[in-house]
Design a protein. Structure first.
Lengths: 1028, 501
């Protein structure tokens, strides 16, 4: 690093050396197309390496040796403007007007601590322009990102209002999030609801940010992230918000209304089918349990068996209650945005306000948000500029009664949507006396909607920065302070009138979480052109990053419904109180130098040194260097004769990034949350026990990333695109790993393991047709990656059937294969497990043909898609515009746990009904059934791996948006409105998939009884955007 | 300009160097090893972890969410009473209830780290606690008392693990902690393992108080009684006899005359119960911060059984723990101990239920008499009673010397006092074998639903045959649990799977 500093100094000194030879002085003013003076423009005698630059007013003066003024040429250059060469022709005053390089302007890319022209990029950075994406039905920035850039994996985990959408770069997990230079927590902050094992909430981060306020989103996918060192192992997502522009005040209004309908959901059994299949399967179970024929050798004897439902009952039952209809409904969204922007030379401003109100497609599930943003920029003096950004937001959620129970409870822990699937259609909603009906130990689905579950979240993101123009456009400094503070309160109450957890009991929980993230940074940047041969761009800085978080919760029971959480002191039940607090500190130094030689050879060097307080002194700090280089082949002389190729750039990068340590290297004794009590509970102790050993050797994990890419443009950029290949090695991972089996502490932070991620990505944009009235553009991106272990953590060997280099984590599924259902009288294969040898069990496959079933027969399937695709087409015809956008994935496997609703064992527990999948279960009455029957009990077989009976492909292609717009920007109306666009958008118009569960993207956990994820919705929006 | 740059760089470098200062870790909510544990009060809190597995709550978080030895689910009653001839098979909830009630433990092979096996880490932890106390600068009296509690917890945990998995690898030498010895999962020989438990129990018996000031703490009688159980199950009859006599010699205990009262809140503290899980009548069932609770009424009463306080239990058509009619019928109808099994009742809908439409009698050993409002009961759960010591002594004597008058008198004392029935018939005491069988039968009447039946059957070599006789023909290959597969995977080939799996 010292060398780099030295190099920097050398460059600086060189630049300060002014040629002393003199004589003729040429003066002039450089202006932009508005006529204003343009400061910082390089003025150089062609062929020379040095010259001068314009001052604050755009004036310059350049001394040249006598005689040079005749035939020589001056070169005027400035980033973002078209370079001009002007012959001196013996003039002493030369004024120049530089024109904006529009192509360049469009392609400025935000990188860590600065921006760069896309053509000069040496790393893999994807940019998403949110203004080109429909936002009507979307409250979260993440919703804009599905399929929009190569290398992105964006997955909708939950479709509830504000539902969790995971955004990952090349499958790496949550990227570091930086908004206007301030580190922002990427995950949601959801307080719990105490010990009630009912958790419908699955929300993502970024909830406080209005998608309409976003100017651009950049993804730093490779070593470009190294400038962020720590926490950048998963790449960086940089969000830049809209700023004010000098000029007339411009007001815009964007408003729309959306209507949403649930996509096809799981289909519950009708009342008569429930009775019929219950009878059929329970008879089988009765016989199988007693080893009666055809399940065993005992002669069939049904004398002790009575059918639960008579034929007449079955005949008369009909469809029965539509329980799903009782808890689901059509949804809607109202979304209104107003923004005002404008300013003078001394101050510019951008203000926006947003109201977003979503009525969820499940009853009692809503989201209301207010957010406001103010960005102001003051020019205090020639030297100082002050920026202030403030974003305030308030989100109020009514949390859905969907999802699944969080603990080990069974049907007694079901939420309303689970209960709607569990209640047989033969049960009416109300008893004859008007009270809620009740089936088995599950609460009535409609009554469960009376549970109050509300979350209120507030956030304030404020950052202030002072820009100091020490030398305009050359040497600048910046001081930044950013603070994001959020709090969230969860208010949960089960009224005494609601039967849940086998009790009628008033239960309440009130929990609050708070967090604060501070970013303090000081940076100095230096930009200089050295004639034609070198453009230098250096930025260096220091930073301190602080996060603190805390929480408080109270859980209690037995109070008046009318008072509930408003006065917890009135509760007579035991009060369980919890609180916590944590602080993390990071400190950093960083520097980046970009060298652009001869507009052909690009070199970028970065170093970051990060320190974390949680390590021991010797291991607190870690260097994260990177190097990247590019070759602009199209600027080479030999390419000039090939006009077809307008852009051709080869680039490569290599660098190191780290991961914010979640672990602490210091030993500790903590209070056990589990009380030890004596005297029948009147003597209460919380024992203190060792929770962690000192771990002085613990240090930063290191991720080493290599990326090589090619950017191309053909036919005057009508076809542009990029190809990237990458390899990433995560080494000495820092994780809370399993300790040795007899260790006191079960998991301990440890550096170990090695994972390797490899892949490629490809993106292309084409202008297929362009006539006066009609245009058609196509965009396509494809991403592929794998992520495998190279070396495992000690004490965590792969399972017997696994290999050391299997895919990482949950990305792999191990199963025993099955092939059909064992029929009555069919010969049982020798390797069939003893407890699965009765008819109706799946037939196991002895893969290796050794005549026995063991781990050698297990097959593995990857959960990572082979390809992730985004594909869009945009058409304009006159004032009409139409865009159709698809995204999808291919080649990923998964377990569909909604099939648990089709398990005969669950149906026969008499605690729940099931879905129509039951109809495919094998039984003596349905020997053609393709799914396991009543004699099958997966748990009883106790295999070391699962079965392939739930294994499904998760391939899909989803039509995310079809948007049709019409823009009016001429004619009589423009007297009142500068421009007006009316549009209609269909979000999630359709999906092409073979997946039979709720949705191939949405999470559904393996849980007792079965999960009931929030249904996916199709949304139609109508809206208008007016600019005044 | 150059100056500014250089000044900037110097300033930046200074800031970097200053980064090294003032950068201590911020640790919140924990105590540092630098200053804990030091005082006697510290060690009192530190030693209390010994009690952690010996409660009755849903469980606690260590590794994963683990059950306690006396938890309502996967606790001593589920492990040692459900998989016996006395209880019906319960299939309604599927999963582990069904498998335990069938006596098939095969499914535990795929169990994760919520397995009781993870309590081997607790054993190491107690070894560390003992070593820390030994090094402490507190009074010797306090040291011995704390060490005795830690060793009692360690020994009892090892005893239960023995009856689940057979001998398991343990670390009893603190010098091995944090060394590779923690990866050596070789099972010790049964003899070694048992002698280690015995050494701990002997120390505990010597140093624990006879009557600790806080009810629920480990006591001398518990240590001696557990020593008796240990030796009895190992068929070390002489040692068992000696330990039993030592327990009796404490002079503290005697049989109560009201058997039912042993399980009721008002009389739960009595002259007979040596150690019980002390339960809090108003314990919260959420979180882990409250006292122990007795949830057995919820697991024993059928859903339609209107009881004193509860409107029914959780399961239907029978309770999860539902004795067989066959077991019910083996009682002498006059036996008062049978009164805790309810053969007939009127359900909430007014329908009369009796053995024509009941799977088995309703088990109501713990009546739900706590104050209204609580979901669970405060009835303490006896884990070791004086009656057990007497019957164990009788069994040891019989094994050593046949049915002596003393041995017969011991059984008859329990039988007449608790059951209110006549002394054993002559046929039952005619021979060593007959008396041995009679003792097993008597233990069944006396200790049903107290977490000892399976261990008794195994000692008498009758577990499998008794299950089959009770119709549980699909029981598993062993009375012991299989080791979870993950243990085998990390065992580097040193640990052997339980025989039969």
């Amino acid at each position: 690093m010292k060398k780099i500093l030295l190099l920097l100094q050398i460059f600086l000194m060189t630049s300060c050396t002014v040629l002393l030879a003199q004589q003729t002085v040429i003066k002039g003013k450089v202006t932009d197309n508005t006529g204003g003076g343009l400061p910082g423009v390089n003025v150089v005698l062609k062929g020379n390496t040095s010259g001068t630059s314009t001052d604050q007013n755009g004036d310059y003066s350049l001394a040249l040796p006598n005689g040079a003024t005749g035939e020589q040429t001056l070169v005027f250059s400035f980033i973002g403007y078209i370079k001009q060469e002007i012959a001196i022709a013996n003039r002493t005053v030369i004024d120049v007007k530089l024109l904006v390089d529009t192509q360049n302007l469009d392609e400025v890319v935000v990188v860590g601590y600065g921006t760069t022209a896309k053509k000069n990029l040496t790393t893999a950075i994807s940019k998403v322009d949110p203004t080109k994406i429909p936002t009507s039905a979307n409250n979260n920035v993440s919703e804009l990102l599905f399929g929009r850039a190569a290398g992105l994996q964006v997955t909708q985990q939950s479709s509830q209002p504000g539902g969790n959408i995971t955004v990952s770069i090349r499958g790496k997990g949550n990227p570091l999030l930086v908004i206007d230079g301030v580190v922002y927590p990427g995950n949601s902050m959801e307080p719990g609801n105490g010990s009630v094992e009912m958790q419908g909430v699955n929300r993502g981060g970024l909830a406080g940010l209005n998608p309409n306020d976003i100017e651009s989103i950049e993804f730093l996918k490779d070593a470009s992230a190294a400038i962020y060192g720590v926490s950048a192992a998963n790449g960086v997502m940089i969000i830049t918000t809209k700023k004010g522009k000098a000029g007339r005040m411009s007001v815009s209004y964007d408003g729309n209304r959306s209507f949403s309908r649930n996509m096809p959901y799981l289909k519950p059994l009708s009342a008569s089918d429930y009775m019929l299949y219950f009878n059929q399967l329970s008879k089988d179970k009765y016989q199988a349990d007693r080893n009666m024929a055809p399940f065993g050798n005992v002669p069939a004897d049904l004398s002790g068996y009575t059918e639960k439902f008579t034929d007449e009952q079955i005949r008369n039952a009909g469809e029965g209650t539509d329980w799903l209809g009782q808890v689901l409904r059509p949804g809607s969204i109202d979304n209104h945005n107003v923004s005002v922007n404008g300013g003078t030379e001394k101050a510019t401003y951008f203000f926006s306000g947003n109201y977003f109100n979503q009525v969820g497609s499940m009853k009692k599930s809503d989201l209301t948000r207010f957010s406001g943003r103010l960005n102001v920029n003051f020019v205090l003096s020639k030297i100082f500029r002050l920026n202030v950004n403030v974003n305030a937001n308030r989100n109020a959620y009514s949390n859905p009664q969907a999802g699944w129970q969080t603990g080990g409870s069974g049907t007694q822990g079901f939420n309303a949507l689970q209960a709607a699937l569990a209640y047989p259609s033969s049960v009416p909603v109300y008893n004859a006396d008007g009270t809620y009906s009740q089936f088995a130990i599950t609460g009535n689905p409609v009554s469960l909607l009376d549970i109050k579950d509300k979350t209120k979240a507030q956030g304030l993101l404020a950052n202030t920065s002072l820009d100091i123009d020490i030398i305009p456009n050359t040497l600048t400094a910046k001081l930044l302070y950013g603070n994001n503070s959020e709090n969230s309160i969860r208010d949960f109450y089960i009224p005494i009138t609601v039967f849940w957890g086998q009790l009628y009991k008033a239960r309440a929980s009130l929990a609050e979480t708070r967090r604060q993230n501070q970013t303090m940074e000081a940076t100095v940047s230096y930009k200089k052109s050295f004639g034609d041969w070198l453009n230098l761009d250096v930025v260096t800085g220091v930073g301190q990053y602080l996060e603190d978080f805390s929480g408080f919760s109270v859980e209690t029971s037995d109070m008046q419904d009318a008072i509930n959480t408003d006065n917890l002191a009135s509760a007579t039940g035991p009060k369980v109180i919890g609180s916590y607090r944590g602080v993390n500190k990071l400190r950093s130094f960083f520097i980046r130098s970009n060298f652009d030689f001869l507009d052909r050879y690009l070199l970028s060097l970065t170093v970051r040194r990060d320190g974390a307080d949680k390590f021991f002194p010797d291991n607190k700090y870690q260097y994260f260097p990177s190097v990247s280089a590019g070759w602009k082949i199209n600027n080479e002389a030999f390419m000039q004769g090939i006009p077809t190729i307008s852009t051709l750039k080869l680039r490569a990068s290599y660098g190191m990034t780290g991961e914010r340590p979640g672990s602490v290297a210091y030993g500790a004794y903590g209070a056990d949350p589990n009380a030890v009590t004596f005297n029948n509970g009147s003597a209460v102790y919380f024992p203190y026990r060792l929770t962690a050993f000192d771990n002085p050797n613990l240090r930063w994990p290191i991720t080493k990333t290599f990326n090589a890419g090619l950017d191309f443009g053909l036919f005057k950029e009508r076809i542009t695109g990029s190809v990237d290949v990458f390899t990433e090695n995560r080494t000495r991972l820092l994780s809370s790993a399993t300790t040795q089996q007899l260790s006191i502490i079960s998991t301990s932070p440890i550096n170990g393991g090695h994972q390797r991620r490899k892949g490629f990505e490809f993106s292309i944009n084409t202008e297929n047709l362009k006539t006066k009235n009609f245009s058609w553009n196509t965009t396509l991106n494809v991403t592929h990656f794998t992520n495998r272990w190279v070396e495992r953590f000690p004490n965590d060997p792969p399972a017997q059937y696994g290999r050391v280099n299997d895919p990482v984590g949950g990305d792999i599924i191990y199963v025993y294969q099955t092939n059909g259902i064992l029929q009555a009288g069919q010969e049982v294969p020798a390797w069939q497990p003893a407890s699965a040898s009765k008819p109706g069990n799946p037939i196991f496959v002895d893969n290796n043909g050794d005549g026995k079933l063991d781990f050698n027969d297990v097959k593995s399937y990857s959960g990572i898609p082979k390809a992730i695709v985004g594909f869009g087409n945009n058409f304009t015809y006159g004032k009409f515009d139409l865009s159709v956008f698809f995204y999808g994935q291919y080649g990923a496997w998964g377990n569909d746990f909604t099939t648990l609703w089709g398990d005969p064992v669950s149906l026969l527990s008499s605690n729940q009904s099931g879905t129509e999948r039951i109809k495919d279960a094998w039984s003596t009455s349905n020997p053609d059934g393709t799914l396991p029957g009543a004699a099958y009990n997966e748990g009883a077989i106790a295999l070391d791996a699962g079965l392939d009976t739930r294994l499904v492909k998760r391939d899909f292609l989803r039509c995310r948006n079809i948007t049709l717009g019409y823009t009016i920007n001429s004619g009589g109306l423009t007297k009142y409105v500068k421009s007006l666009r009316v549009f209609a958008d269909v979000q999630n118009a359709f999906i092409l998939t073979g997946f039979k569960g709720v949705d191939p993207e949405i999470q559904a956990s393996s849980i007792k009884g079965g999960p009931a994820p929030y249904p996916m919705v199709r949304t139609v929006s109508l809206g208008l955007r007016a600019n005044f | 300009m150059k100056k500014i740059i250089i000044a900037g760089i110097v300033a930046a470098s200074l800031t970097v160097t200053s980064c090294e200062k003032n950068f201590d870790p911020v640790l919140t909510g924990v105590l540092s090893p630098a200053n804990f544990p030091k005082t006697e009060a510290d060690f009192k809190l530190y030693t209390l972890q010994a009690y952690k597995p010996f409660g009755s709550k849903w469980g606690y978080s260590d590794v994963e969410y683990q059950n306690m030895f006396f938890s309502p689910e996967y606790g001593h009653l589920a492990m040692f009473d459900l998989p016996t001839d006395q209880m019906n098979v319960f299939t309604e909830w599927g999963g582990f209830w069904e498998f335990f009630s069938k006596g098939d433990f095969t499914f535990l092979r795929t169990q994760g780290k919520q397995s009781h096996f993870e309590k081997v880490r607790y054993v190491t932890r107690m070894t560390q606690v003992i070593a820390d106390i030994e090094k402490a600068t507190i009074s010797d009296a306090a040291k011995n008392k704390f060490i005795a509690e830690a060793r009692m917890g360690r020994a009892w945990t090892m005893y239960y693990l023995l009856h689940m998995y057979g001998p398991v690898p343990v670390i009893l030498d603190a010098a091995k902690i944090n060394t590779n010895a923690e990866s050596d999962l070789t099972r010790p020989s049964r003899e070694t393992y048992v002698s280690m438990i015995a050494a701990d129990l002997n120390f505990a018996a010597e140093n624990l108080e006879l009557s600790p000031s806080e009810y629920g703490r480990f006591n001398k009688g518990l240590a001696l009684g557990m020593l008796t159980r240990l030796y009895l199950n190992e068929k070390k009859w002489a040692e068992a006899e000696k330990a039993a006599r030592a327990t009796i010699a404490l002079g503290k205990y005697s049989l109560v005359s009201d058997y039912a009262g042993l399980f009721r809140e008002s009389t739960e503290v009595n002259t007979e119960t040596i150690w019980a899980v002390n339960c809090d009548p108003v314990a919260p069932t959420n979180g882990e911060g409250g006292g122990n609770f007795n949830a057995m009424a919820l697991y024993c009463l059928p859903n339609d059984f209107k009881s004193i306080k509860l409107g029914g239990g959780w399961a239907n058509p029978s309770g999860v723990f539902c004795p067989t009619w066959a077991f019910y019928d083996t009682f002498d109808p006059a036996d008062k101990r049978r009164n805790l099994l309810i053969p007939t009742y009127t359900d909430k809908a007014g329908k009369v239920r009796n053995r024509t439409n009941m799977r088995g009698p309703v088990l109501r050993k713990y009546p739900d008499e706590s104050s209204p409002g609580a979901d669970v009961q405060g009835n303490d759960m006896p884990v070791l009673r004086y009656a057990d010591v007497l019957l164990m002594l009788a069994e040891s004597i019989n094994q050593l010397s046949g049915p002596t008058a003393e041995a017969i008198a011991l059984v008859n004392e329990v039988r007449t006092k608790h059951g209110g029935v006549a002394v054993l018939p002559a046929t039952a005491t005619a021979s060593k074998a007959a008396f041995n069988d009679a003792i097993l039968r008597e233990r069944g009447f006396e200790f049903y639903f107290e977490g000892v039946r399976k261990i008794d059957l195994v000692r008498h070599g009758k577990w499998a045959s008794a299950l089959e006789a009770a119709g549980k023909v699909n029981h598993g290959p062993s009375e012991l649990f299989p080791l979870p597969q993950y243990v085998i995977n990390v065992g580097e080939g040193k640990i052997e799977q339980t025989a039969g799996y």
